[in-house]
Every structure is written in C-alpha cells, then in structure tokens.
Design a protein around this ligand. Structure first.
Ligand SMILES: Cc1ncc(COP(=O)(O)O)c(C=O)c1O
Length: 398
C-alpha cells in the first residue's frame, strides 16, 4: 500500500460522528444540522431540465477537455465576472472542466508536485481538508499558515520566510475562505503572484465561494483578474478553481472548472486523461445553462444575506462572531473549547455544529481552530434562526 495513506487524518465529519456517539439529544427539539457545508436551497429548475434534455448524451464517451461550447461559455463568464477582455481568456488553452473542485484540488497536486524535491505545499490553517490530503499523497509536506482572529482570519503571508517560499512548490489559497469567509484582497494576491514568479511555485486559488458575497457592489477579486491587471496576461503560475456547487446550489451535479496558466493546464490535461474523470455530456449541457444565468445566483445571495443578518443579530449578543464578507459560514469564537462546545450543544439543544479544530492543525504552538466552531447557514431561514436561539440559550447556560 502507499505508505502516505497512513498520514491521512479521518475526515472532519467522521470525527464529528465519533464525538456525538452515545450522546442523547433532547427528543422534544427537532435536530438542526449546521455542520455540513452542503447547500440546501433548491437547484434551479432550468439546470435540472437542461440535464434531462441532454440525457441522450449518455451514449457517448465525453472528452476530458469538454465540449468547446462549455469552455467558451466559461470563458465568457470569467471575462464578465472578473472584467477580463474576452480575448485574454482562450477556451482552448486556459480552461478545463472538472467533476467538482474537490477532485480537481486533489488531483492538481498529484500533477504539479515533484516529490523528489522535498517539496512543501503551503495552505491556510484552518483549511479544506482536501489540500492536506492532496499534499501528503503527492509526497509533499503540508506547511500550515495560521489564519487567526489577530490576522483577520487570513494567513499572514508577509511572515513566511524566504527559506519556506524556496521549498514551496504549490500554494493553496481559499478566498472567500472556508470557514471564515475572509477575502484576500487584490494587493495581497499581487504579492503572491510576484512571490510565485520569484520562487517558482504554482498558486492554486480555490474560489468556489466567490459568488456568495454580502455587498453586490463589491464582489471578491479573483486571482486571474489580479494577474491580468499586473500584466501577467498569460496567467503564469496562476490556476483558479470554480464550482457550481455553491454558486448554483448544485452540489450533486459535480461540476466546476479550472482556469489559468496554459502551460500548466496542458500538463494537467495530460494527467487528467489518465486520471479519467471526464464530465458526462448531460452534465456539460446543464453546466452551460448554469454558467449563462446570473439571476438565480443573485437570488441565492439575497437568501444568504437574510440568514446572515438574522442569525448574526441573535448570536452577536452572546458570542464573539464577525459578520463575514462572503461564503455561507459563521466562525464564532467559543467561550470553551470548540469541541466541548459542539458536544454539549448537541446534548442540550439537538443542534450540530462543527468543532473548529476538526478543520485545523496545531502549528507553531497554535491551533487556530481550537476555540471556534463552524456554522453552515445552509438550512432554511426559520431553521437557522431557531438554531441561533438555541445556541444563545446554550451559551447563556454556561
Ligand atoms: C473550500 C472548498 N473548496 C472546494 C470544495 C469542493 O466543492 P465541489 O467539489 O462541490 O466543487 C468545498 C466544498 O465544501 C469547499 O468548502
């Protein structure tokens, strides 16, 4: 067996199931789960209909590169969303469809990391656990960049010494971040693009929450937008990951794309041809319909905005909780260890939240997730509000 498998940690939800084992939650209160980041708003009808209308496409093997119409649609979307001249995004060279960003974030590391170089893969801490597993199975050492309340819940990239950048082969960034919703601004992205050029590493920018933001006038910037604005017109060293799961409430569709550096994507296409995860034709057509429509995304944002406002107002009275600029999570600090908080909250109130430490590792003597829990505001408004009231009651009882 691959010895690196032994280095993988159980997934956060396995740890959570273990934490709840044997606990008896009050049966008079229906269970509310704020633990899983799975969108619960209905998938827009027109996306499902596009899928059904193209089911005859199941008779064909799809190409790994996807049909030109899908890549052209994505190029148009990227161009509109990130104000890139359409001529700068080449659907032939800059875009590949992927079966959800999870598999892409994982397989990308297997493609770009040379295990012989004692490589480091840098990532935020807390993080989406796929980054860590991808680094380990690629034969690299994960290097965690703590994102704490003191650093605005973003890694302090200025504090990373040159000796670490010199060993970095791949940097994962996540903006808007899971779990904090914090956004990396264009100036910081610019610094990272310069560091990537200087030290010869690749930036994998996970932007799968970038369409869920609070301020309609201020969408989060993307890495390709920044690269283009600073004259890096061919997106050298920059690859972005986008998904329909959160944007279009379609996590079951398994559809996203990667875009950026043409040379890297050429190699990644070769890798993916062997990896074998081409997107089926009906899914490609449903994805075209989804990327072409913005009305449902705007509606989606409005629903999250209402939930954030209602829940934050309640929790803010009893917890230290910032209103995030984007994403669908709240990341409050807890008055007791996050794991104890989650366990006792479930036992007292039948509400499940995720202990922050299940998303983080201790690094430099600090575990940035330890005194936090993650609340995914994916349930309907009334359920989120009911959960917030129960959490408030629980905190007041401590
Ligand atoms: C930060 C982050 N990246 C990527 C993903 C994967 O999303 P998908 O594979 O559905 O595109 C998730 C899902 O929860 C996530 O939280």
């Amino acid at each position: 067996m691959n010895p690196n498998l032994q280095k993988l940690q159980p997934y956060p939800f396995e740890k959570l199931a273990r934490l709840k084992q044997g606990l008896q939650a009050p049966s008079d209160k229906p269970h509310i789960a704020l633990s899983i980041g799975e969108p619960q708003h209905p998938t827009p009808h027109f996306i499902s209909e596009a899928l059904i209308a193209h089911l005859h496409g199941l008779t064909n093997y799809p190409a790994t590169k996807g049909i030109p119409k899908l890549r052209q649609t994505i190029a148009q979307w990227l161009s509109n969303r990130f104000r890139l001249p359409i001529s700068t995004v080449d659907p032939e060279r800059h875009i590949l469809p992927v079966a959800g960003t999870r598999e892409a974030l994982f397989s990308f590391a297997q493609c770009v990391v040379d295990a012989g170089e004692k490589p480091l893969v840098l990532m935020p801490n807390p993080f989406y656990q796929i980054y860590e597993g991808a680094a380990l199975l690629a034969g690299a050492e994960p290097h965690f960049l703590n994102a704490t309340r003191e650093t605005g819940y973003l890694p302090d990239f200025d504090a990373v010494p040159d000796s670490i950048w010199a060993r970095c082969k791949l940097l994962y960034i996540c903006s808007p971040g899971n779990p904090s919703g914090a956004v990396i601004n264009a100036a910081t992205q610019e610094k990272l693009v310069r560091l990537a050029e200087r030290f010869g590493f690749v930036i994998a920018s996970d932007e799968c929450y970038c369409e869920l933001y609070a301020d309609e006038a201020n969408p989060p910037p993307g890495l390709l937008q920044t690269a283009h604005a600073m004259g890096n017109a061919d997106f050298k060293n920059c690859v972005v990951f986008h998904s329909l799961s959160k944007r279009s409430n379609a996590p079951g569709l398994r559809s996203g794309f990667v875009a950026g550096d043409a040379e890297i994507l050429g190699k990644y296409l070769l890798y993916r041809t062997y990896h074998g995860c081409a997107m089926s034709l009906p899914v490609q057509h449903a994805s075209i319909a989804a990327w072409r429509d913005e009305a449902h995304v705007k509606e989606n944002r409005a629903i999250y905005r209402n939930k954030f406002a209602a829940v934050h107002e309640i929790l803010n009275e009893v917890l230290d909780v910032a209103m995030p600029p984007a994403g669908f999570y709240l990341w409050p600090r807890t008055p007791i260890a996050g794991e104890t908080f989650a366990r006792d909250l479930f036992a007292d109130q039948n509400v499940t939240v995720l202990p922050g430490s299940y998303l983080s590792r201790e690094s430099g003597g600090v575990d940035p997730g330890r005194d936090h829990v993650r609340l995914a505001l994916v349930a309907p408004l009334e359920e989120c509000v009911e959960a917030a009231l129960r959490i408030k009651e629980f905190v007041q009882s401590l």
